[in-house]
Ligand binder design. Structure first.
Ligand code: SF4
Length: 176
């Protein structure tokens, strides 16, 4: 039987959702029998590959790099899962939205710097004017709230999707 192709990535998030994913511990062996991870922080693929069955995305869309990545993932994935409150609602990253980007960068890189004062214009991807949850930018097939969602919930979602079912999260998922 063909193994499912799973991708994971994080945009503007703290990586806590990925830590929770790793907390499924030995259950990852059972998942590995059904799926190959073809993209994400745990594998060495540089570009989003084609033909992804399930893409799990942590974090909000904050930068031009995030935008490019989430669009590429959407183009190549049959099912896109928004994992965690940042991906679902914007959560913490979205708290910067009332402030102009220029003011934030100057506060951090000029006023807040002791040495090397200056806003970087290389390496750091340009920020978008506003942070957005995933569904504001691309179609999302499943929202999994939580900050982070528990490992148990993530495992349930993965198993259901890999079995071809839509997980019923009504009683098991919550924000925060
Ligand atoms: Fe971190 Fe919470 Fe955002 Fe996940 S939802 S990336 S744990 S702040």
């Amino acid at each position: 039987m063909r193994k499912a192709r799973v991708a994971t990535t994080w945009l503007d998030g703290c990586s806590g959702c990925h830590m929770s994913l790793l907390d499924i511990d030995e259950a990852i062996v059972a998942v590995a029998h059904q799926a190959d991870v073809v993209y994400g922080p745990l594998v060495d693929a540089q570009e989003v590959p084609p033909d992804i069955d399930v893409a799990i995305v942590e974090g909000a869309v904050s930068s031009e790099d995030d935008l490019r990545k989430i669009r590429a993932i959407r183009r190549n994935a049959r099912i896109l899962v928004a994992l965690g409150d940042c991906a679902v609602t914007g959560n913490v990253p979205m708290m910067r939205n009332p402030l102009p980007v220029k003011a934030i960068l100057e506060r951090l890189y000029v006023e807040g710097a002791d040495v090397g004062k200056g806003v970087p214009n290389e390496v750091v991807p340009p920020l978008l004017k506003q942070v957005a949850p995933l569904h504001d930018v691309v179609k999302v097939d499943l929202h999994v709230p939580g900050c982070p969602p528990s490992a148990r919930l993530i495992l349930f979602v993965l198993k259901e999707l890999l079995e071809g079912r839509v997980p019923d999260l009504k009683s098991s998922a919550r924000f925060g």
